[in-house]
Design a protein around this ligand. Structure first.
Ligand code: ZN
Length: 246
């Protein structure tokens, strides 16, 4: 699939921005210098009450043939980014980082409380940054969803019985691409943490943001969640009246 740049931005360190995507457009987020996390919030552009759900993104998927269902630790290339109504906002098309799926999708973002409680004083985090750029759309701060923390290396350590914040695995130029499955509002925060945790390897850098067009994209109706689910069963040959096998 060949896509063409429609919009291009460089998001400065510790800054945030919004982009609007039309269905079929591709958002490419590029870690220009490596080891920089970007916290992302996503809304249905035409109903801002429908927003990103990282929990559904991890746990609502069709298990591949022959595999049993298992709630996942992360999402990666080929997976959906789901809304709170449990339908796809986006599809992850491509990731270049190794290993893929190295993202924070279990926790909320850094915020003033996080910095203050770690002795870093009162300063803004990704929450305040995302709230500031979402406000012109009429999105109140309390409606910022739990974020998809792109490139965050945040594995669960069984022995330590907790999550670890590790240096990101991204190298300069690594990117991820998301295709919009409906018209979207996306807010991106270049994570400003350069002193409390290793989220950005203690060094905040710029991020490349592109909106790309797919010239071959054919518009699709955005189905309501139940219609969408029935369509997914139909294309997989799953009987909607069938017995559960969990
Ligand atoms: Zn942050």
């Amino acid at each position: 699939m060949v896509t063409l740049i429609a919009e291009e931005h460089v998001l400065a360190p510790k800054a945030a921005m919004t982009v609007e995507l039309r269905q079929g457009q591709v958002l490419r987020v590029t870690d220009l210098e490596g080891q920089q996390v970007v916290d992302m919030a996503v809304w249905n552009l035409h109903n801002l009450r429908e927003k990103l759900s990282t929990s559904y993104s991890r746990t609502r998927y069709f298990p591949p043939e022959g595999q049993s269902f298992r709630p996942r630790m992360t999402v990666q290339q080929g997976d959906w980014v789901m809304s709170g109504l449990c339908r796809p906002l986006m599809t992850i098309l491509t990731e270049t980082a190794d290993p893929p799926g190295t993202h924070g999708v279990h926790h909320r973002m850094c915020n003033a409380f996080f910095y203050a409680s770690h002795g870093a004083g009162i300063r803004d985090g990704c929450f305040e940054q995302l709230a500031a750029v979402a406000a012109p759309y009429g999105v109140p701060a309390e409606d910022i969803p739990d974020s998809f923390d792109i490139f965050q290396n945040y594995p669960y350590d069984v022995d330590a019985e907790g999550f670890l914040v590790k240096d990101p695995v991204t190298r300069p130029g690594d990117y991820i691409e998301f295709r919009a499955e409906m018209d979207l509002l996306v807010a991106l925060s270049n994570c400003p943490d350069d002193e409390v945790a290793a989220a950005n390897a203690f060094h905040c850098t710029s991020t490349g943001v592109q909106v790309r067009d797919d010239p071959e994209w054919v518009a699709r109706p955005v189905l309501d969640p139940r219609e969408w689910l029935l369509e997914q069963l139909r294309v997989r040959g799953i009987d909607p009246l069938g017995a559960a096998h969990v």
